[in-house]
Design a protein around this ligand. Structure first.
Ligand SMILES: NC(=O)c1ccc[n+]([C@@H]2O[C@H](COP(=O)([O-])OP(=O)(O)OC[C@H]3O[C@@H](n4cnc5c(N)ncnc54)[C@H](OP(=O)(O)O)[C@@H]3O)[C@@H](O)[C@H]2O)c1
Length: 305
């Protein structure tokens, strides 16, 4: 399946204009490449922000200052998707505090998770997420790592019906959960899935990404750098000359463009806790994206390291 049949949407202002791009995807100037959420057609920029780890125990004023600058930079450059979870230490309340401090909070798409067992415990955790994030509306809540999926999905459906959340989904980052993940995708109607996928971790591409496309589910990609393993693998290597053909100037852009070029992928959420990472990673939502032949070339390069 090539890109010639895929539609992508470019730029916030151009939200309603779907362009069929021949051969390679392209976004001009400061516009970010956006892709639609299949269940509604709403579009999201293909690069979001993950908040695990570095946001978990940021307490000093200096740490919080850097995170605030990171979020502001992300927003200023057109980023919208921010992913968090109630089990990422203090990440949720930290993001809630920072959202209060930055202007234009409403332009952000906030995704969190429910990560516990039992209906009452799930509801309690979700209500705490609303308080942590200091909001009356959360864009997406997903069942984290298939924890008590059926019970929590029922709760999420009720909240969606009540208009308190806009989208529901499920997440994993473990191969051992893939077959159960597939079963849930087949039997449930979900807006989103979130799964691990990276140039050195391509297993989700075999069945789960095609299934998401078939089932009309948006796909958010976690661990796009394998928690940094791809940077370690390439740290003494120069980016190949041909990376210019897809407008990559850094390895981060190379890793991310390979992901977001997949036709099932809606966005990737690299962990970003520094403004300079935002400057770098957001460029992956600009310029040309690789077609399938180029993606294979990128895979071969990583496999050969
Ligand atoms: N099951 C789940 O639902 C699940 C599981 C895992 C993750 N997630 C989500 O996915 C997000 C991403 O995962 P992750 O943060 O663990 O791993 P990741 O995105 O694969 O890697 C993040 C790390 O890459 C480094 N980095 C980021 N941008 C860079 C750049 N431009 N240049 C050089 N290094 C760069 C940073 O390292 P340093 O900070 O060390 O410099 C950062 O911590 C999480 O934040 C979370 O929101 C969800």
């Amino acid at each position: 399946m090539g890109f010639h049949r895929r539609e992508i949407l470019l730029g916030a202002a151009a939200g309603a204009a779907a362009l069929a791009i021949p051969a390679r995807l392209f976004a001009q100037g400061s516009e970010l490449i956006r892709k639609p959420i299949p269940s509604t057609g709403e579009t999201l920029p293909v690069i979001g922000l993950g908040s695990a780890r570095r946001y978990e125990d940021a307490t000093s004023t200096a740490d919080l200052g850097v995170l605030k600058e990171t979020l502001q930079r992300f927003q200023a450059l057109g980023g919208t998707v921010v992913d968090t979870a109630p089990v990422y230490g203090k990440a949720e309340p930290t993001i809630g505090t920072l959202l209060e401090q930055i202007s234009g909070r409403d332009s952000l798409f906030i995704a969190t998770k429910v990560s516990t067992r039992g209906r009452e415990a799930g509801l309690k955790q979700i209500e705490q997420s609303f308080r942590n994030l200091k909001t009356s509306k959360i864009d997406l809540i997903a069942v984290h790592n298939l924890r008590d999926t059926d019970v929590q999905l029922e709760t999420l459906r009720g909240l969606k019906q009540a208009g308190r959340i806009r989208y529901i989904g499920i997440t994993t980052s473990f191969d051992g959960q893939y077959s159960e993940f597939e079963s849930v995708m087949k039997r449930e109607s979900l807006d989103f899935i979130q799964i691990d996928y990276a140039l050195d971790n391509r297993n989700a591409g075999a069945r789960i990404l095609p299934l998401a496309r078939e089932r009309g589910m948006a796909v958010m990609i976690n661990l796009p750098f394998g928690r940094g393993s791809l940077f370690n693998a390439t740290k003494d290597k120069a980016l190949p000359e041909w990376a210019r053909e897809i407008d990559c100037k850094t390895w981060a852009q190379f890793f991310l463009k390979w992901i977001v070029a997949h036709e099932a992928v809606t966005c990737a959420i690299p962990g970003m806790a520094r403004p300079e990472y935002v400057n770098d990673n957001i460029q992956a939502a600009k310029g040309r994206l690789p077609d399938s032949a180029m993606r294979r070339r990128m895979e071969n390069l990583i496999d050969g390291l």
